[in-house]
Design a protein around this ligand. Sequence first.
Ligand code: COI
Length: 360
Amino acid sequence: MPQSLKIELTKNKKQQPAVDQLGFGNHFTDHMFIMNYDAGKGWHSPRIIPYQPIVLDPAAKVFHYGQTIFEGLKAYKTDDGRVLLFRPQKNIERMNRSNERLSVPELDIEPTIDALKQLIAVDQDWIPNAPSTSLYIRPFVIATQPQLGVAPSTQYQFIIIMSPVGAYYSEGVNPVKIFVESHYVRSVKGGVGEAKTAGNYAAGLKAQELASAKGYSQVLWLDGVHRKYIEEVGSMNVFFKMNGTVYTPALTGSILDGITRNSIIHLLKHWNIPVEERQITIDELYEAGRNGQLEEAFGTGTAAVISPIGELNWQDQVLVINGGQTGELSKKLYDTLTGIQMGKIADPFGWMVEATKVYA
Ligand code: COI
């Protein structure tokens, strides 16, 4: 695949947005990567082309049965001009696990990362360098076979688009308010909750809309069976510091296996801070909140990075965490993780991968 990568450069470079106008996911770079899959032929025709609309048959299976997977990762520009990717292999590995769950053909990991590096090299002028900014990378697969039978598609497109971004939440790195959802559920064990597929996000929109009308940034999902175990927030995994130990919900099958989540667990262990992955009930969390044992809460995700949680609302019971302020640990984790990502502090784990041009 990589040997035959074709590159067509744009003749109309776009005007880039000012760094303080970025927001999240509003602007797209000059180029995109695309390749096709046909049953019997495999993935083929990899190409970098000017960013443009894609034309699909209205019968394409993705529109009807939602056979689609996406990923999210980031590239950073260091002060000395290097371009760094954060654990890209993990994203493509997770994409393949999601693909497997939705009967989408897997990608070859190394050539996919090479294609990504090449795309970044082409659009490297788009990577911002200001604090809290980065280039958000969105790889995705869609089922394109024009056929209405409910069966895995025989044709797909894999596409990578890129967007210079600032903070995901309008609060920036200040604490967010989260609504604990009691009526709707996101996913159940055995479903597709572990997969990064569009339907999981569509399923959450109604609850998010209702929470937003009440002044909350996002919802915290409880498990779909007992409605008592904490799962995740719409775009983040969650962590709670109680009595000196940091807890995060165990990966029981309905929660996204977050790469930032995994990195935070690594960092905490590296600092000898007790960290446990286990089931956490919402009752237990509120009890800890009432007893003064809930010290901090924060969400983690590629888009959100580390987002302190200042308030929860569960069945009209408001729980203010750490006086609604960013906790010391959340701040230290944010500073360390973003420091490693921006190449400002040492990377003891070998997480950062330099994105240099792969093909001449
Ligand atoms: C990410 O953090 O990359 C995500 O996938 C969240 C996204 C849905 C905004």
